[in-house]
Ligand binder design. Structure first.
Ligand code: UDP
Length: 244
């Protein structure tokens, strides 16, 4: 069962819910024929939003913000209601994809290097043969391509638009274009298209279980060290806030 309410962590309003609960909320949005914007926020996103007011405002206008990472789950117990489990972007996307054939939902994939969204589409079709992926577009488009992309998306009226441009670019892109998009649910999914395409691997289950997915990523992509330094800063910020 999904827990109720929100927990505000440094200005980011997280829904207190499970992965399954997050899926149900999204499914209800579609049943209500709503157009919504979902953010899967991890500690990096919370920290980036501390310095980027535009990003923080956008997150606060999202219809649903779910906890993407153990850091958020850990912190939540000091900020009101504890979030029961994480709803990682990849897992939420996978749950939506898995249920889409039965529900008749149409999917559009936007993001990644040229070829990645197409490759992800092929792999997802192998996983869920009856899935209806109506379109794909890479994430390295110029501003003048945007109208063409939006027209392509709108001509296919997807229920779900998964946007993998990395944070905060994907959330800013969604927010800027939401009014023009003829879709139900837009979700920023970071590097998930790379994982579905087989271009990058998700951390082994044991790393996920121990909350060490960030460590696996750091080993695989040492260039992320700068961004990952936000993680210890987040921990210190939580501990400091707790003792104030
Ligand atoms: N990306 C993109 N367009 C851009 C910048 C990045 O499509 O202009 C893609 C990139 O190819 C990768 C994803 O965005 O697939 C970013 O993945 P990452 O895991 O770094 O995302 P985050 O950690 O921000 O969730």
């Amino acid at each position: 069962m999904a827990a109720k309410g929100k927990t505000n962590i440094f200005g980011v309003p997280f829904q207190v819910t499970t992965l399954e609960g997050a899926y149900q909320i999204i499914d209800d949005f579609i049943k209500g024929n709503k157009k919504v914007f979902v953010v899967t926020a991890n500690t990096e996103i919370v920290m980036i939003a501390q310095e980027d007011k535009e990003f923080m405002d956008i997150i606060n206008q999202a219809d649903l913000v779910v906890a993407d990472g153990v850091g958020i789950i850990w912190a939540s117990k000091y900020f009101g209601k504890k979030i029961p489990e994480r709803a990682a972007g990849f897992d939420l996307m996978n749950m939506i994809l898995k249920n889409s054939p039965e529900k008749g939902y149409k999917i559009y994939l936007l993001g990644g290097e040229p070829g990645v969204a197409n490759e992800a589409s092929s792999k997802i079709k192998e996983m869920y043969p009856r899935i209806n992926i109506v379109g794909c577009y890479h994430g390295y488009f110029s501003a003048c391509d945007e109208e063409t992309i939006i027209q392509d998306i709108n001509s296919k009226t997807p229920h779900f638009l998964f946007v993998g441009l990395g944070a905060p670019k994907q959330e800013k892109w969604i927010y800027k274009n939401l009014d023009k998009l003829d879709v139900n649910v837009c979700i920023g999914v970071g590097g998930s298209l790379d994982v579905f395409a087989g271009k990058t691997k998700r951390a082994p289950y044991i790393f996920q279980k121990l909350g060490l997915e960030w460590l696996y990523r750091l080993i695989k992509e040492p260039s992320r060290i700068g961004r990952m330094m936000l993680l210890p800063r987040f921990v210190l910020k939580v501990l400091f806030a707790r003792h104030k």
